[in-house]
Design a protein around this ligand. Structure first.
Ligand code: AKG
Ligand code: FE2
Length: 324
């Protein structure tokens, strides 16, 4: 609910620069919609991170995915590892075991693998056949994916209004979008992590934007601001954390920022449960989408050549693996 005309923002206690924004007035086309657009534009130019409430995402779809994924992670490792990287089933699933991925490698840093495991799905991405347990897992992924498509469309429209583009400017780019939905389990750390090992190493996200359902726990998401300080991202029940990713930063001629972030380990002296589960939805355009400086950002000249999203991802992957 917003007070008419007021900018629906509260800065939150934990992190100046990561505002909490009620997008309800924009979605319902009410008084206050312009304030939502202004607040989001300011956050995207500042840290590239903000939280949204009033988003309309079904709490049932979220909690169902959360609990079925948790039941999957509770199964034995040997069985989980049989759910492979994929045999090319479009819309299949893939499991990534603990320490398989080191996100900091994408910034050219050498670290041990991240202390996490994950389950991954995309409607247009290849995976493996779905396991037969827990019952309803595939449907829960598909339902939540749909919820994310709806919210991301509202957010794209907010971006268009902020930038001065037609409200459906980006829609053709999302017809066969390569978005990925991931549930991550950060287990208890009963043994100390290796030197340099984090729950998730420092990185930026590659695509357009990320919508994250996070869980408050010791050892959570941290965001590096322009001064190089690490801010704890606030975790608010029912709110989603949104961040701008690299391809969109390039689209805006670097005016909107894709900011480095990481997931910290729980403090070593922490007693009690520090297990954490998060659900990022990585919104990516289709492979053939051309990323070319948007007109309103050209002013003094475009910094980058046009490139398709497919080529851009190949380039990023090469850069990440040639530095390390
Ligand atoms: O789990 C989180 O809070 C964030 C994870 C993340 O940044 C990522 O997987 O790209
Ligand atoms: Fe990330």
């Amino acid at each position: 609910m917003s007070v008419s005309g007021a900018i629906p923002v509260s800065s939150g206690d934990a992190a100046p620069g990561i505002p909490v924004i009620d997008v309800g007035p924009f979605i319902r086309n009410e008084v206050g919609a312009a304030g939502v657009v202004k607040a989001i534009e300011a956050a995207c130019r500042d840290t590239g991170f903000f939280l949204v409430t009033g988003h309309g995402v079904s709490p049932q779809a979220t909690s169902r995915l959360y609990s079925l994924a948790r039941a999957f992670f509770d199964e034995p490792q040997e069985w989980k590892k049989t759910i492979g990287r994929g045999n090319g089933v479009i819309g299949g699933v893939s499991f990534s075991p603990i320490a398989e991925e080191a996100l900091a490698a994408t910034l050219g840093l050498k670290t041990p693998g991240d202390y996490k495991e994950s389950l991954n799905f995309g409607e247009n991405l290849p995976g493996d056949i779905w396991p037969n347990k827990p019952d309803g897992l595939e449907q829960a992924f598909r339902n939540y994916f749909k919820e994310m498509e709806v919210l991301s469309k509202h957010l794209r429209r907010i971006f268009c209004q902020a930038i001065g583009l037609d409200q459906d400017y980006f829609e053709p780019s999302f017809e066969n979008h390569l978005s990925a939905l991931r549930v991550i389990n950060y287990p208890e750390q009963s043994e100390a992590p290796l030197p340099g090992q984090l729950r998730a190493g420092v990185h930026t996200d590659y695509g357009f934007m990320t919508i994250l359902r996070s869980e408050a726990s010791p050892g959570g998401l941290q965001v590096r601001n322009r001064n190089g300080e690490w801010l704890d991202a606030p975790s608010i029940e029912g709110a989603y954390v949104i961040n701008i990713a690299d391809a969109f930063m390039r689209w805006t001629n670097d005016e909107w920022v894709s900011t480095p972030h990481r997931v910290a380990n729980p403090p070593t002296d922490f007693k009690g449960t520090a297990r954490r589960q998060s659900i990022p939805f990585f919104l990516n355009p289709s492979k053939d989408t051309v990323i070319e400086c948007l007109k309103p950002f050209i002013k003094g000249g475009a910094k980058y050549e046009p490139i398709t999203y497919g080529e851009y991802i190949d380039l990023k992957t090469k850069q990440a693996f040639s530095k390390g």
